[in-house]
Ligand binder design. Structure first.
Ligand SMILES: Cc1cc2nc3c(=O)[nH]c(=O)nc-3n(C[C@H](O)[C@H](O)[C@H](O)COP(=O)(O)OP(=O)(O)OC[C@H]3O[C@@H](n4cnc5c(N)ncnc54)[C@H](O)[C@@H]3O)c2cc1C
Length: 395
């Protein structure tokens, strides 16, 4: 079986290795000069390759059951065993799994070593411009060449991140086969605020809790290190709720965020603490007495002349602002949207509209939470697409 894979990212390389192991002759076409550019950037260069806590809500899709059904075939244990078989000894940071080397390049390197060993052809600087039905199944066209094959696996990723090759070409390549497209929007990203001078708090990193409010209703809260920025707010807790905020804005729903800088204290307790601190150092002004408890930039942001401690405690625990949108597509780690999962078989990743055409990775309408879930999705869907495409069934 001759298989062409479009895109040498995480899911494309997984599909290539799996299909080649099953006996297929595999060619991977990659538009960049080198394969796996995005994979190298994962986990700040350390590659959080999966997560032991595999709850269904960690994967988001318009077809809610689709990711879980696929993960039942190739889950976290399978991914760890797969990489262990390639030589990647893993380490566990509270369930977040990394290569022991702490180098994303190790993960890419072992995939490339295995691909080479299996005689997978990886052709770089090959931008796929179209796919057509051909005599042997398909013809995959690049700018200067045409590749005949029996099966095609589309793993073109998403436009998230500034990394070269991040694009939406999957849309145009799948459209001739009748596939529709859910617009790709940033997910796992910072959020832009309005109604405050965010330049004042830019640079603050603080433990806290953010609550997403859609049309006045609190939807979900996340705790962790918040990063205050000149456009609004970022950090892992913000990433975790960002896709819901961005999708809601797209649907014209009013979105706001409530920030609590003292999530472990009741508001009343915090106000009392502020009073006690000033009583203990009565030579300080009320504002001066905040120093040492609250970051100076947050004091500047919230303290106004004549304010009392009750009001300050309220601001520190309930700062609420409107959200205008994502920080930017280039700062996002992934996108939501893509090929609707209802058009794809969750057990094989084969198109329901075009026999012999498969999808894997971010091009599908599945996005994961922060913590290794997006790469797990790339491994799961890549494995399923590669193993199914390699089966010698007559179409
Ligand atoms: C900064 C950053 C950090 C991240 N950290 C993590 C992390 O630690 N853990 C985690 O789980 N996830 C992380 N992610 C998300 C994860 O990297 C992606 O979800 C994953 O790489 C998606 O894999 P993919 O195969 O779908 O797409 P990609 O890896 O993006 O691969 C798609 C490939 O297709 C190529 N391509 C596109 N169109 C064409 C065409 N027409 N012709 C030829 N080639 C084409 C592209 O050049 C690209 O190489 C991170 C993302 C970013 C940006």
């Amino acid at each position: 079986m001759q298989i062409v894979i479009i895109g040498a990212g995480a899911s494309g390389l997984m599909a290539a290795v799996t299909a080649a192991r099953a006996g297929a002759a595999v060619t991977v076409l990659e538009q960049n000069e080198k394969p796996g550019r995005k994979l190298l950037a994962t986990g700040n260069g350390r590659c959080n390759l999966t997560n032991l806590e595999q709850l269904p809500e960690k994967y988001r899709s318009t077809c809610r059951e689709f990711p879980a059904q696929a993960l039942a075939h190739f889950g976290v244990r399978d991914a760890i065993a797969f990489f262990s078989g390639l030589g990647v000894y893993t380490k566990n940071r509270n369930g977040w799994i990394y290569p022991n080397s702490d180098q994303a390049s190790s993960v890419l390197d072992v995939l490339l070593m295995e691909a080479e060993h299996l005689k997978v052809k990886i052709k770089t600087r090959e931008t796929v411009t179209g796919i057509e039905r051909g005599n042997s199944g398909f013809e995959v066209h690049t700018k200067g060449w045409s590749y005949p094959c029996g099966r095609v696996i589309l793993t073109t990723g998403s436009p998230a991140s500034p990394i070269e090759g991040s694009c939406e070409s999957g849309r145009q390549l799948a459209a001739p086969f009748g596939h529709t497209w859910i617009p790709m929007l940033p997910a796992l990203c910072g959020l832009r605020g309005s109604g405050a001078n965010f330049a004042v708090w830019a640079g603050v990193r603080a433990q806290g809790e953010v609550t997403l409010i859609l049309d006045g209703i609190p939807i979900r809260s996340e705790r962790g290190e918040l990063q205050c920025t000149d456009y609004g707010i970022s950090g892992i807790p913000v990433f975790q709720i960002s896709r819901y905020a961005v999708r809601a804005i797209e649907e014209n729903c009013p979105v706001s965020l409530q920030v609590d800088f003292f999530p472990d204290m009741e508001e009343e307790f915090l106000a009392k603490l502020l009073h006690t601190r000033q009583e203990q150092c009565s030579y300080k002004s009320p504002r001066q007495s905040l120093t040492g408890l609250v970051h100076e930039k947050l004091i500047k942001m919230f303290w106004t002349k004549g304010m009392d401690f009750e009001r300050m405690a309220h601001c520190l625990k309930n700062f609420t602002f409107s959200v205008r949108g994502a920080s930017s597509l280039s700062q996002a780690q992934v996108c939501s949207g893509g090929i609707p999962c209802g058009e794809v078989n969750p057990d094989t990743m084969e198109s329901k509209l075009a026999r012999g055409l498969y999808f894997a990775g971010e091009v599908l309408d599945v996005d994961g939470a922060c913590g290794g879930y997006n790469l797990q999705w790339a491994w799961t869907s890549g494995y399923l697409a590669g193993s199914s495409a390699a089966r010698e069934e007559i179409l």
